[in-house]
Design a protein around this ligand. Structure first.
Ligand code: ATP
Ligand code: MG
Length: 390
């Protein structure tokens, strides 16, 4: 008998011949996340992954539940294919659980018999084990419809796995199964949430942040580092490109019409991001843009800004409203980091009346004053790279 974590995954099951590719990516995220916690082994069996740690499963679970591709995870006990051993282990598990919850509590037993050679069928296991638990435990009643506790058994070829709790994971696809993108990460609430949604659809990410020292300080920078670190808890290695944007932003401020400052600044960001993406073999840009939230997010602005990107731009939040984004940011634990009151480069230079309906040609004409190509020439020297991995 030993303790382990049983992991279920969902959509991967639909992928036919590609299954091993998806499962191996998921295992790679799992290993990345668990490595700092100590020694462990990972096993796969049809439709399940098992993490068998040397020490307590609790700290593994709190990390595993953040990995895209995991539908749910259960702390479980593995028992040999022997019904008396199952009875003993199940009783112990239930009695421990009863010390953590209010009694009397209702329960049922539910069996998945993947191993059809096991000598009892699922109904027999359910009723016999249920009776055994009931007879030997105080404070339990049976409820087959809507119980407070479900004691579950997964009968497989070598072992029977017993568990009570299912801890939900994010679901989605394992990171790295859908290609690679570059997240434009501000210190705001939206872009980390957008990054998370991209990760959850299997896109592995690098990130780029534009900062404007000395207008933006050490704390604003730290905020972005903390956000990137948080996103890396999904099991992905994230390379953060920090672009020193001050000179470009000053040039824009000095030479371009006030109403177009934001539009032109964003166009420069998209140019630089495209360059970084190309150099690092990244296929798409990902932003936290959504429709109509701020003046730069009218359809006209989005399209004038987008035209300087030479690869597709994904906007995972496009249909979200602010409340939904905040809710998501809280769930992924980026909200409190994003809320710290330190300005990013856009807030420092924000004009009083930004254009909401820019004319493309007019913007291009205005932009000539700063000669974008020339400003981009030495851009590599202005980029600092920091790596994040759990
Ligand atoms: P966020 O909360 O992500 O800052 P927002 O609603 O404040 O979004 P904007 O500030 O207009 O919207 O930014 C739109 C998008 O442009 C951001 O979601 C982000 O992807 C990108 N962006 C803005 N500022 C920066 C920056 N300093 N560095 C990198 N990307 C940025
Ligand atoms: Mg912002």
């Amino acid at each position: 008998m030993y303790d382990l974590i049983l992991i279920r995954y969902g959509e991967i099951g639909l992928k036919g011949d590609n299954r091993p590719f998806f499962i191996n990516k998921l295992i790679s995220s799992i290993k990345t996340i668990c490595r700092p916690l100590g020694e462990f082994t990972v096993q796969k069996s049809r439709g399940r992954i098992f993490v068998i740690p040397e020490n307590s499963t609790a700290q593994y679970l709190s990390r595993l539940k953040k990995i895209p591709g995991i539908v749910s995870a259960s702390p479980a006990t593995a028992v040999e294919l022997d019904f008396p051993a199952v009875k003993k282990a199940a009783l112990k598990m239930v009695q421990k659980k009863l010390t953590e919850i209010e009694t009397p509590a209702s329960f049922r037993v539910q069996t998945n018999r993947a191993n059809k050679d096991f000598h009892l069928n699922s109904l027999e296991v359910n009723s016999r084990l249920g009776a055994h638990i009931l007879q030997n435990t105080e404070g339990l009643t049976v409820d087959l419809e809507n119980p407070e506790l479900t004691v579950e058994l997964d009968i497989r070829s070598k072992n029977i796995y017993l568990f009570i709790n299912r801890i939900p994971g994010p679901g989605g696809l394992p990171v790295g199964t859908s290609g690679r993108g570059l997240l434009l990460l501000s210190g705001g609430i939206d872009s980390p949430a957008a990054g998370w949604l991209a990760l959850k659809r299997g896109i592995s990410l690098e990130a780029v942040h534009f900062h404007t020292p000395p207008y933006t300080g050490q704390r604003a920078r730290q905020k972005v580092l903390d956000l990137t670190d948080k996103l890396s808890e999904s099991g992905v290695h994230i390379k953060l490109h920090l672009v020193h944007f001050t000179e470009i932003q000053r040039a824009i401020k000095k030479n371009c019409p006030e109403k177009y400052l934001i539009t032109i600044m964003r166009r420069m960001m998209f140019r630089i991001a495209s360059r970084i993406a190309e150099k690092n073999d990244l296929q798409v840009l990902v932003t936290g843009e959504c429709i109509g939230q701020v003046s730069s997010q009218t359809l006209e602005n989005i399209s004038v800004i987008r035209s300087t990107a030479n690869l597709p731009v994904l906007r995972p939040l496009i249909g979200y409203n602010k409340q939904e984004i905040i809710q998501l940011a809280k769930e992924i634990e980026t909200y409190n980091i994003s809320r710290r009151p330190h300005q990013d480069c856009c807030t420092v230079f924000v004009p009083k009346h930004p254009a909401t309906r820019p004319h493309h040609e007019e913007v291009v004409r205005a932009e000539k004053n700063i000669n974008p190509d020339q400003l981009m020439e030495n851009i590599d020297e202005k980029i600092e790279i920091i790596d994040f991995e759990q």
